[in-house]
Design a protein around this ligand. Sequence first.
Ligand code: FES
Length: 189
Amino acid sequence: MGVSPMSSTGVGPVAKKKKLPETRARRPCHEMGSIMLSDEVKKEIDAEARHYPQRRAVVAEALKAVQARRGWVDDESLRDVADYLGLSFDEVDSIATFYNLIFRQPVGRHVILICDSVSCYLTGYEKLLDHLKKKLGIALGQTTADGRFTLLPNACLGLCEQAPAMMIDNETYGHLTAARIDEILGKHE
Ligand code: FES
């Protein structure tokens, strides 16, 4: 299963995502049999919305709430979020594209984001990436056959003083070596 590698600028996938036809995007959710937002997700969105006067400001958190339950954000869920916030599909989609931690394609149980920015690049990014690719048997943007890991590049993780660095799920890891990577991967089933 492949996921488009993110750009090293951190502004989203390199590959352009497929847009839904206009007619479909305008139809109400119930006609499309979409998975409506759960009450739990709506509650989280409402709580976030209380802090911001503009609905657009809530989009990233709303998408994260969906992703926390589904693992990624499909078009139907994205449309549900757009409808709930009174925004267009394209508005929400452009925000989803901006945040590279919002996954618009299926990912593995654990997402490895390996930093390819300057400090990490200069301290061994390429060697570590090769190690990860060999160890997992996948290329950047792909998911292991057992669905355990997805490997993606990422811009600076804010851990430059501990470069080279990577993030798995929400946890960051610095001072990476091949042996340390093996140890970290072993803790993620
Ligand atoms: S350059 Fe890699 S964490 Fe900053």
